[in-house]
Design a protein. Structure first.
Ligand code: PRP
Ligand code: URA
Length: 211
């Protein structure tokens, strides 16, 4: 699949290992998700178009380059929220548009519960943020929602993907570039990624064993 990008950068691989460890507590887990968001965003924005601008340095005028497009970050609630700050720090002019989905435990199908999309005219390019691409159902649903809204230029930025989810997202939306830190082995019978990192939302928000 030509548009699946896995980053082998040592910092990304090191931080992902820390994230996977079962004893990593929510404070460190959130920091790692944030930092991985920054590093993956750096890779995912490599082809963003620039526009030439005239600026003044303290010494003279010069012609230089700036990001041309208006960018929207679209975190999938809850777990995608943890990636927002890390990406937003790199692209402070981006807007953040929230979409809330949870996976039904029995069917593993995504259920939409929140949608705060603005007027489509306000953005040119969307980055969907979600640490986990498991069956792919959530990412496909958000891509469907964004396209229906008018978005034409979408990338998915996540941390770990299962082969099943990567294939499903690519099949449903072949135009969407998928940026990940790792492709794991498979899904288990409950739709969890193996070896994975467990439940990304629960580990960030401290709700492991509460539901
Ligand atoms: C997780 C994860 C993705 C989804 C991936 O969210 O953050 O959104 O599962 O699974 P899929 O590829 O099979 O759709 P979850 O539904 O657990 O909600 P949460 O983020 O609120 O914990
Ligand atoms: N969602 C998660 O948070 N983890 C998984 O392994 C699969 C879906």
């Amino acid at each position: 699949m030509p548009n699946i990008f896995i980053s082998n950068h040592p910092l990304i691989q090191h931080k992902l290992s820390l994230l996977r460890e079962k004893d990593t507590q929510p404070k460190e887990f959130r920091a790692l998700v944030n930092e991985l968001g920054t590093l993956l965003c750096y890779e995912a924005t490599r082809d963003f178009p620039l526009v030439t601008k005239d600026i003044e340095t303290p010494l003279m005028s010069m012609r230089t380059n700036k990001i041309r497009e208006r960018i929207a970050l679209v975190p999938i609630l809850r777990a995608g929220l943890g990636m927002v700050d890390g990406v937003w720090n790199l692209i402070p002019t981006a807007v953040v548009l929230h979409i809330g989905l949870y996976r039904d435990e029995d069917t593993l199908k995504p259920v939409e519960y929140y949608n705060k999309l603005a007027n489509y005219q306000t953005v040119d390019r969307c980055l969907i943020l979600d640490p986990m691409l498991a069956t792919g159902g959530s990412a496909i649903a958000v891509a469907d929602i964004l396209k229906e809204w008018g978005a034409t230029n979408i990338k998915f930025v996540g941390l770990i993907g299962a082969p099943e989810g990567i294939q499903a997202l690519h099949k449903a939306h072949p135009d969407i570039d998928i940026h990940l830190a790792a492709i794991d082995r498979q899904l288990n019978e409950n739709g969890y990624i193996l070896p994975g990192l467990g439940d990304a939302g629960d580990r960030q928000f401290g709700t492991v064993d509460l539901f």
